[in-house]
Design a protein around this ligand. Sequence first.
Ligand SMILES: [Zn+2]
Length: 124
Amino acid sequence: MSKNSKPGFESLCYSNNEEYPDIICPLCAHKVIVVENGEATVSQCPHLVFVRPDRPCVYEYESDDFSKRRAVAPDDVPEYCSDFIDFLVAIGYDEKLFVYEVTYSGMGCGPFTTTDFIGFISEG
Ligand SMILES: [Zn+2]
């Protein structure tokens, strides 16, 4: 394993007025975001590492390992910098981690766009 190996990353864009898109674990095909009555909840699988919605400092879900790593994150790498991947590398994640950046546009009480980050790991 090279020290330069970065987490995998894929941008998913959804622009419509429909329900939140199905986000499926790339490893076990578990649907990790379940929407019922307009409320999205996290349904974890063994590979889910974090669900970071588009607002600062709130994780809908974080694994024990992720929260431990975050607690000792170096101060000089802002967690909410534009490149979230740099933060993940700084706290020691490599290519075993896979991140979806989910951009979703829809109609709530008006048009909105959110960007959520959802991470999975292939072991650990
Ligand atoms: Zn899974």
